[in-house]
Design a protein around this ligand. Structure first.
Ligand SMILES: Cc1ncc(COP(=O)(O)O)c(C=O)c1O
Length: 393
């Protein structure tokens, strides 16, 4: 059994999550743990530090290309965990999924092209499109008050518009927590292929699947599906290695792969952090048990939050956490606008989540809670919420 009860003290350790909390409320007392930025408040798997120490003893820290061991680690992991069989020559390494998305946008579209996203969605998608002078084509997911589905009519219409060339698809979906079914993915894929839309399949959360759900890598929906997409993976979420900024992009179409690598080269970002690659190899080869236990803890936290809300605030809609460790809650029943809700959360409840409006207009009035932390952190946060709300009423 691994330790998922110790919450490491990151307050003065340069953690973005803590810095963001202190910026939003400089008066926040010691001991408050934020639930925003998507990294974990757990100790890393001990195998990571052990493996990296061993590696450091025996290596030279020069410019380093992806090793065969690293590429084998990725290929074996994807096959074992996701039944996704790849050829190692399809793998490109990148210094993060978000940078890779920017490079892919530049290598598969030109300025002014339309790029489809399904909102509410991880906000750097939109920023990457805008920064690269492409056009954001935002299609809202359908929210039936219990869960989200894809608006296939709107999507099909957007895909048929010849100005639109690319979709950035989040699989599983941050922030709504959906693990798309194989049927949904196949439908998205079929629409894309018949309209010549290339797919960026962001699978950064794909190892974090809750009990009872089955994840499908988009490239597995059809025999040749991989030829129409770039699949982005990373150990950053699953094993809490985001600070090492190492990810991989799997591109079967070798021409697009070369264009992607040229786009990376334009920023002279050809070399990837060798410690990141080694940590990735260690995670994929030695830390699967840690991940399985971690998923159980996250699932338990999700159940706890859902029950707490049902008992205390039945008007708040908690969406099912099918995957990721980010749970999506609708507070619109409280009748506050975005500003009032954020003020209440950060100043009165001392609760620091990612505000729903960040993810698009359809996220107004929502909050995204990060559940990758010891249970007591969630308990304390929800008790603060109950207390602050009772003072308000
Ligand atoms: C869907 C999604 N993609 C990408 C990232 C970040 O990727 P990276 O840190 O590798 O750039 C996140 C982080 O929260 C995410 O949720």
């Amino acid at each position: 059994m691994y330790d998922f009860n110790t919450c490491p003290d990151r307050r003065n350790a340069g953690s973005y999550k803590y810095q963001d909390m202190i910026m939003r409320n400089p008066a926040v007392p010691e001991g408050i743990i934020p639930l925003s930025v998507a990294d974990m408040e757990f100790k890393n798997a001990p195998e990571i530090a052990e493996g990296l120490s061993e590696y450091l003893k025996n290596t030279v820290l020069g410019y380093t290309a992806p090793s065969e061991g690293f590429l084998d680690g990725i290929a074996d992991w994807l096959y074992r965990r996701h039944s996704y069989k790849i050829d190692k020559k399809w793998v490109s390494v990148s210094d993060g999924v978000v940078p890779a998305i920017g490079d892919l946008i530049r290598s598969t579209t030109k300025e002014g092209d339309g790029i489809i996203i399904l909102s509410p969605v991880y906000y750097p998608f939109k920023k990457s499109i805008v920064r690269n002078k492409r056009v954001v084509v935002e299609i809202d997911l359908i929210n039936d008050g219990k869960n989200y589905t894809i608006d296939f009519d709107a999507f099909e219409k957007a895909a048929a518009d010849e100005n639109n060339k690319l979709i950035i698809f989040c699989n599983p979906h941050n922030p709504v927590g959906r693990v798309w079914t194989r049927e949904e993915l196949k439908r998205v894929y079929d629409i894309c292929v018949s309209n010549g839309i290339f797919i960026i399949d962001d699978e950064i959360h794909n190892d974090l699947i809750m009990p009872g759900y089955q994840h499908t890598v988009m490239a597995c929906v059809d025999k040749d599906a991989g030829k129409h997409m770039a699949v982005c993976i990373a150990p950053s979420k699953s094993f809490n290695l985001a600070g090492l900024q190492t990810s991989a992009v799997i591109i079967e179409d070798q021409e697009i792969k070369r264009a992607f690598e040229r786009s990376r080269g334009l920023g002279y970002r050809g070399v990837v952090n060798m410690l990141g690659m080694e940590a990735c190899r260690i995670a994929y080869t030695r830390c699967e048990k840690w991940l399985d236990e971690c998923i159980e803890v996250i699932h338990g936290n999700a159940e706890y939050l859902k029950n707490f809300m049902n008992e205390n605030f039945p008007e708040v809609v908690v969406y099912p956490l099918e995957g990721t460790y980010l749970i999506w809650c609708d507070f619109n029943a409280w009748g506050m606008d975005n500003k009032a809700l954020e003020e209440f959360m950060t100043k009165e409840a001392l609760l620091f989540t990612d505000e729903g409006y960040l993810f698009g207009e359809s996220g107004n009035g929502f909050e995204r809670f990060n559940l990758a932390c010891p249970r007591y952190v969630i308990e304390d946060a929800l008790n603060r919420l109950r207390e602050a709300r009772s003072k308000k009423q």
